[in-house]
Design a protein around this ligand. Structure first.
Ligand code: NAD
Ligand code: DAU
Length: 359
């Protein structure tokens, strides 16, 4: 085996942050397999253009011949699997792609990884890792008084996205129990930070507020999410990859529960301070309560005691500092923003918000 990892979905939001941090924090190489869907962007990896330790392969995780040849050629010591359809609203209007990539794609990867793993000698076999990156949404929704999700919380996915991720988690688990494939699964809360595609709450609100557009808050704005700065998610994945116990799942969270309206207020206030808009006054005036997301989970919260006690991992970034850094990143990277807001992006925005905002 070589000191190489395969990363899937490494041109997306979390995957590209992970690849950048992996290259900065280790001496090993990355082969990055990404289909470059609307959510994948080569420009996230621009700083690695001349780095021989990173190579981007455009391809689909369901392409067994391609994945098999990547395993055979590179003989990696691990695969870190981010590739997915990741947006809940899109899963409501078009669930098929979620079944294809998240379920069928993960199954295909497991099959190819197992075939490769079976060719390794006993020592290599024990060192190989298949790390599956998943979500807290598989656990369903919490009431205000409920304890946070732990690794033993029963699965109760509520959206087609969550159901597809739950199915993939179960396949990963089954490959450990049935075939002994050395797998690890992480279930993380909401990430935010650089390179997040502006269909998700935080980047969408930053850009709309900056441009004086309506800020579409679903329902009553009191749904709660636990927010984790993306760099902290990347360090947690590195810790699980290096020290996690085989077959185990690890919950990852930021201990930063916020209602959506609190998040939107924070963004408005930071932008008012950094780029005052006299005509508007407070950007909070742009908030518009719109039609709710069907099946909208009320609250997510993560009990991250297992990863803290077993692997000594703790998030480093507080939400208040992280959201400020994120707003500043978007202000400083409007070229990136303009680049990702292609025609396809505009079509999605119109489709998702036309009815909600009664445009
Ligand atoms: P993203 O949508 O930003 O990126 C997904 C990437 O996967 C893109 O680069 C896309 O091109 C690629 N991809 C999609 N289909 C593919 C296919 N068939 N073959 C190869 N590549 C394909 O997603 P993200 O927000 O970075 O999430 C990454 C992973 O982390 C996902 O598995 C998601 O479920 C999980 N996760 C996300 C969050 C979050 O808050 N964003 C939280 C917890 C877990
Ligand atoms: O919990 C982890 C999950 O977090 C990940 O698995 C998903 O890939 C990721 O997309 C995210 O899912 P959410 O549905 O929580 O994220 P989103 O940014 O879409 O929405 C966050 C909250 O904000 C949610 O309660 C819905 C609300 N919202 C979202 C948008 C896009 C709004 O009120 N208005 C909006 O325009």
């Amino acid at each position: 085996m070589n000191d190489i990892i395969i990363v899937t979905g490494g041109a997306g939001f979390i995957g590209s942050n992970f690849v950048l941090s992996w290259i900065a924090n280790t001496s090993s190489e990355v082969v990055n397999l990404d289909a470059l869907t609307y959510a994948g962007n080569r420009k996230n990896l621009l700083s690695l253009d001349r780095d021989s330790r990173h190579s981007l392969v455009k391809g689909d995780i369901r392409d067994t011949a391609l994945v098999t040849s990547l395993f055979r050629t590179h003989k990696p010591r691990a695969i870190v699997h981010f590739a997915a359809e990741s947006h809940v609203d899109r899963s409501i209007t078009g669930p098929d792609a979620f079944v294809q990539t998240n379920v069928v794609g993960t199954f295909s990867l497991l099959q190819a990884a197992k075939t490769y793993w079976e060719t390794l000698d006993a020592d290599e076999k024990s060192k190989f890792r298949f790390l599956h990156v998943s979500t807290d949404e598989v656990y369903g929704t919490l009431k205000p008084e409920d304890p946070a999700f732990s690794e033993t919380t029963a699965y109760a996915p509520n959206s087609p996205y969550a159901a597809s991720k739950a199915a993939s988690d179960h396949f990963v688990r089954a490959y450990f129990h049935t075939y002994g494939l050395p797998v690890l699964t992480t279930n993380c809360s909401n990430n935010y930070g650089p390179y997040q595609f502006p269909e998700k709450l935080i980047p969408l609100m930053i850009l709309n507020a900056l441009e004086g557009k309506a800020l579409p808050v679903y329902g009553d704005g009191l749904n709660v999410r636990d927010w984790l700065y993306v760099e902290d998610h990347c360090s947690a994945i590195r810790a699980v990859l290096e020290k996690g116990r085989l077959g185990e799942t690890y919950n990852i969270g930021g201990s930063s529960e916020r209602t959506n309206i609190e998040v939107v207020h924070a963004i408005c206030d930071i932008l008012d301070e950094l780029q005052p808009n006299k005509a508007l006054g407070s950007r909070r005036n742009l908030i518009s309560y719109v039609q709710d997301r069907p099946g909208h989970d009320r609250r997510y919260a993560i009990d991250a005691r297992k990863i803290a006690s077993e692997l000594s991992w703790q998030p480093q970034q507080q939400f208040e500092g992280g959201i400020r850094k994120t707003v500043e990143w978007f202000l400083q990277n409007m070229d990136w923003v303009n680049d990702v807001r292609s025609g396809a992006y505009q079509q999605w925005i119109e489709l998702n918000y036309a009815e909600r905002l009664s445009l």
